[in-house]
Design a protein. Structure first.
Length: 551
């Protein structure tokens, strides 16, 4: 030891606090603590340091300038050096930018002594989740901040792919009114097939694809589109069946997804392209009924995972919806009457809603001040609603039931007939779909884009024009679903509210709060929902809140 002193490689601290200052200023290969030196809870401190060195989560102590004073091995590994002390904590992670959360959690914690969080993205698309807490030690003059760092790359990539799959699904059938009006059925089929293949290859990264549709009458699985599949395999005759029809026939028969990790050991597998080593097949379902199959294959063994199955199952929900929208289930043209009805609802429904929205907004300004103006606005409301009813009656007279594809059974919901429904959502496609889906069952649908418009619509709709059900997204531009419920409770004795949310996401706990405030436990829809789920929730709310007796 005396020789080490002479070489100048040993620093001596008078006490533990002095040692901490030295540790902040320099890097040491080891710490020697004579047994005669008594330090409070020293063993516990050393045990904690050892534990933090072993965990896979990054741990660092930084100063008020975000420079590293101490770091565990994981942070050093991310920094690509033996010791990250002295580096800026963000630079140690590779540099980049904060994408969400607190702009700079270290500075925020230093200023407020409160814990803070952020999500940090590096130029190489690696994500880190940081959480900061201030270290309170009277013996230390400067600010010290404890930073916990978690590699969130896989989680973020999963979320990004989930969002991309959802957006792609929406875009599949997101045709403008002009496109739909000008295209015939076959053109729309070809466009949908091109979109399906594009998103399958670009987002899901599958090159060998085969989609078949089920003929409900014959049980045959007829090819809709294929890419990277052998021509002979694409033209192969398959029917619904657990035996002798490969994985495709089995999936169509059971309605369950099927993962083949190695085709050489799977008894059901029938090769669709030369060199296939693994496959994933999921059922296409519409309203709970299998309408086809979606099959992808790979030249690699074990190329697909449970995660791939989850993404593909989400994607095919939207494919099934798009197929139904474009009448691919029966591959026949809709008749002229059906096209007329669709065009009327598509072109007129939302503009009439805007007239209603504008009228109630202006009415709020004149009520109590200009009775004559307010009465004229009420007349505009009545006339707009009369126009909607005339259009609805014309649609019924044009016999839309005759345009229903053959083999499709239309369920009747007499409880919905004559019910007045307000749908509140900033997404125009949702408001448009509300008209097309609910009006076919006899509902009288009106829509609003914001919570404020919804409040005005309810306040200026009384008596027989009152709404029997109000369906609202939980994330409106101005209100949450919970806030909308509170405002409606100020005007209504009971609020027949149904809340919608996407993928079960409820950042402000709006649904939980609304349930505590009286929202029925079953009055929640998770997007994307099936039509039967919407109808079931509607009927539940109407029964609870006493909807009008159908005419």
């Amino acid at each position: 030891m005396e020789e080490l002193y002479k070489t100048g490689v040993v620093e001596v601290a008078a006490d533990w606090h002095a040692a901490r200052r030295l540790l902040r200023e320099q890097c040491f290969d080891g710490i020697l603590i004579p047994s005669v030196v008594a330090q409070p809870n020293l063993n516990g401190i050393l045990d904690s340091i050892r534990a933090m060195q072993q965990i896979t989560q990054g741990v660092a102590v930084v100063d008020s300038q975000q420079n590293v004073l101490w770091s565990n091995e994981q942070v050093n590994k991310w920094a690509g050096c033996e010791n990250a002390v002295g580096l800026n904590v963000y630079e140690a992670l590779g540099g980049g930018e904060i994408t969400s959360g607190m702009k700079c959690p270290c500075s925020k914690t230093a200023e407020t002594n409160r814990s803070a969080r952020c999500l940090f993205k590096t130029p190489t698309d690696q994500f880190f989740r940081l959480q900061t807490s201030r270290i309170d030690d009277p013996a230390i003059d400067d600010v010290e901040i404890l930073v916990f760092i978690e590699d969130a790359t896989n989680d973020q990539r999963y979320r990004q792919k989930l969002n991309a799959v959802h957006e792609a699904g929406v875009e599949l059938s997101n045709l403008s009114p002009e496109e739909v009006f000008q295209m015939d059925v076959q053109d729309r089929i070809e466009l949908l097939k091109a979109n399906i293949l594009h998103y399958t290859q670009s987002i899901l990264d599958y090159d060998n694809v085969e989609i078949r549709l089920l003929d409900q009458g014959s049980g045959e699985l007829q090819p809709l589109l294929f890419a990277g599949i052998d021509q002979e395999a694409a033209e192969r005759s398959l029917v619904v069946g657990k035996q002798a029809n490969g994985v495709t026939g089995y999936v169509a028969a059971t309605g369950e997804s099927y993962l083949v990790t190695d085709v050489n050991s799977d008894p059901l597998f029938i090769q669709s392209f030369s060199g296939s080593q693994s496959s994933l097949t999921v059922p296409l379902k519409w309203q709970g009924v299998v309408i086809g199959t979606f099959n992808v294959e790979s030249p690699e063994v074990d190329a697909f995972s449970e995660s791939d199955m989850h993404f593909l199952e989400l994607f095919v929900r939207n494919i099934a919806m798009a197929l139904n929208t474009l009448d691919l289930l029966v591959a026949q043209k809709t008749n002229a009457a059906q096209k007329s009805v669709e065009a009327i609802h598509r072109e007129v429904a939302l503009p009439i809603d805007k007239i209603l929205n504008d009228a109630v907004n202006v009415m709020e300004l004149y009520i109590g001040h200009e009775p004559e103006v307010a009465e004229r606005l009420r007349r505009i409301l009545r006339n707009a609603r009369d126009i909607r009813q005339v259009i609805h009656k014309i649609g019924q007279d044009l016999a839309p039931a005759e345009a229903v594809p053959s083999g499709v059974t239309v369920q009747r919901h007499p409880l919905l007939a004559g019910q007045r429904v307000l749908v509140v959502d900033s997404d125009e496609s949702v408001r448009n779909d509300a008209h097309s889906l609910l009006e076919r069952y006899g509902c009288i649908v009106e829509t609003a884009e914001t919570g404020g418009e919804a409040v005005y619509m309810v306040r200026n709709t009384v008596g027989s024009e009152s709404y029997n059900a109000i369906i609202s997204d939980i994330g409106l531009p101005d209100f949450s679903g919970y806030q909308l419920m509170l405002r409606l409770q100020e005007m209504l004795d009971t609020v027949p509210l149904i809340l919608m949310t996407g993928f079960g996401y409820d950042p402000g706990h709006s649904i939980v709060k609304a349930r505590q405030a009286g929202l029925h436990a079953n009055a929640v829809l998770y997007k994307p929902f099936r039509l039967d789920q919407l109808l079931d929730v509607m009927e539940t709310v109407l029964k609870i809140h006493g909807g009008v007796t159908p005419a």
